[in-house]
Write a protein that binds this ligand. Structure first.
Ligand SMILES: *Cc1c(COP(=O)(O)O)cnc(C)c1O
Length: 418
């Protein structure tokens, strides 16, 4: 293999390390798992990103709903750098003060009694699946291990979370699908009822499907799921990796429905750009995860905890979440005007809080690329949807600016279609 790799490299006169600029002929050392836009950012501030040569972009993608407080938020920078000078990592062989702080805050702010920290959304979903299975195992019903999940879902890229979502496109070529998941259509209570059997441990869903195309279910769906799970004696697991941490206009999206899950996966916005995930659970649902049953070397790292704790403090300040909801309404109204302006291209407006999207009569990627040319970052999703997901502390005037840029991008795509 080593001997093979050399001739595949481009001539050394094109040293990839010498230039940060996008060089088409540079040999790709990074694996080709992403279809990336040809742009490199050097710095960010608030809702803005800048390239090395000073081109500025309004970031309405937030690194896929991650930069909840925009870029380089002074309080997050201070929290991270202060912690960086003290202690980075000790492992979970010891108590970690930052974990105890952030867990206590999350418990105080949510339904949960217990928190497990990990590093990503997929890991949080895996942890949630494991917690649900172990709950029944230690409750004397080890036969309950299957989980009802929804088509169009996204729970991450590990083998189990891929099987949970059941998206053929992502499963192909990776061997036999991990067993134990029963797929039903999203927002269909009767289908869930029919899928629950004597082996069912839990129902796991996203309150709003994000990657799948910003599908917001009817308000009574989550309440119906809660009732179904209670009747059957099984757990309700919510994947709030994308909808959580203020994105929906509440701290967590399920609060809109007035219900609580038994287990919840959180990540993305939790670290505001620092990798961190968490599994939240009630005391009962966490009962199976006893010492030695689950773990992570990096999970709950002091750096991640310092950032997460500060971020949560900011989000829980009076008015922050109300502001997200107001700005979400402003955004949806603006997107609805774009639909009026481009009725052939924009066919639907979707959203909850600042998790918004437009369904387009085009390749979402063409809209994303046209927006990039207008200095606006947006993110594609399934079902022909383009997600418009700015930082939660975006300014009202930035929303107006972003909508103007999106209008120009949509005009360009419309023109290219005729
Ligand atoms: C992004 C996402 C994940 C996976 O998160 P990673 O950090 O990429 O592993 C899981 N569930 C939902 C709902 C997501 O949006």
């Amino acid at each position: 293999m080593g001997a093979m790799s050399k001739p595949l490299r481009a001539s050394s006169s094109q040293d990839a390390g010498a230039s940060r600029g996008p060089s088409r002929s540079a040999p790709p050392a990074v694996m080709g798992t992403y279809a990336r836009q040809d742009v490199v950012f050097a710095r960010g501030e608030g809702s803005w990103l800048e390239t090395e040569d000073g081109a500025r972009y309004l970031d309405f993608g937030s690194g896929v709903a991650v930069n909840a407080l925009g870029h380089a938020h002074p309080r997050l920078v201070a929290a991270l750098t202060e912690q960086a000078g003290k202690l980075w990592h000790t492992s979970n062989l010891y108590r970690v003060a930052g974990q105890e702080d952030l867990a206590a805050r999350l418990v105080a702010a949510t339904f949960a009694d217990r928190v497990f920290f990990c590093n990503s959304g997929a890991e949080a979903c895996e942890g949630a699946i494991k917690a649900a299975r172990r709950y029944h195992f230690v409750s004397g019903q080890p036969e309950r291990w299957r989980i009802v999940t929804c088509r169009g879902a996204f729970h991450g890229r590990t083998l189990a979370t891929l099987a949970a979502a059941g998206n053929e496109k992502y499963l192909e070529g990776f061997g036999p699908e991990a067993p134990g998941f029963d797929h039903v259509p999203f927002a269909d209570l009767e289908a869930v009822r029919a899928a629950i059997g004597p082996e069912t441990a839990a129902v796991m869903i996203e309150p709003v499907q994000g990657e799948g195309g910003v599908h917001v279910p009817p308000a009574d769906y989550l309440r119906g799921l809660r009732a179904l799970c209670d009747e059957a004696g099984i757990l309700l697991v919510l994947d709030e990796v994308q909808t959580g941490m203020g994105r929906s206009g509440k701290l967590f999206s399920h609060e809109w429905a007035g219900i609580a899950p038994d287990i919840m996966a959180v990540a993305k916005g939790l670290g505001g750009g620092f990798p961190v995930g968490a599994v939240l659970a009630t005391e009962a649902a966490a009962a199976g995860l006893t010492p030695g049953t689950h773990g992570s070397t990096f999970g709950g790292n002091p750096l991640a905890m310092a950032v997460g704790t500060t971020l949560l403090d900011i989000m829980l300040e009076p008015g922050f979440l109300e502001g997200v909801e107001q700005k979400g309404q402003h955004m949806r109204q603006g997107l609805a005007r774009l639909q009026d302006q481009f009725p052939a291209l924009v066919t639907e407006i979707r959203g909850q809080g600042l998790l918004t999207g437009i369904k387009v009569n085009a390749e979402p990627r063409d809209v994303v690329t046209a927006a990039l040319a207008e200095g606006l970052l947006v993110v594609g999703a399934g079902d022909n949807v383009v997600r418009v997901i700015p930082p939660l502390n975006v300014a009202e005037h930035e929303i107006s600016e972003g909508l103007d840029r999106l209008a120009r991008a949509l005009a360009a795509v419309s023109k290219s279609q005729t």
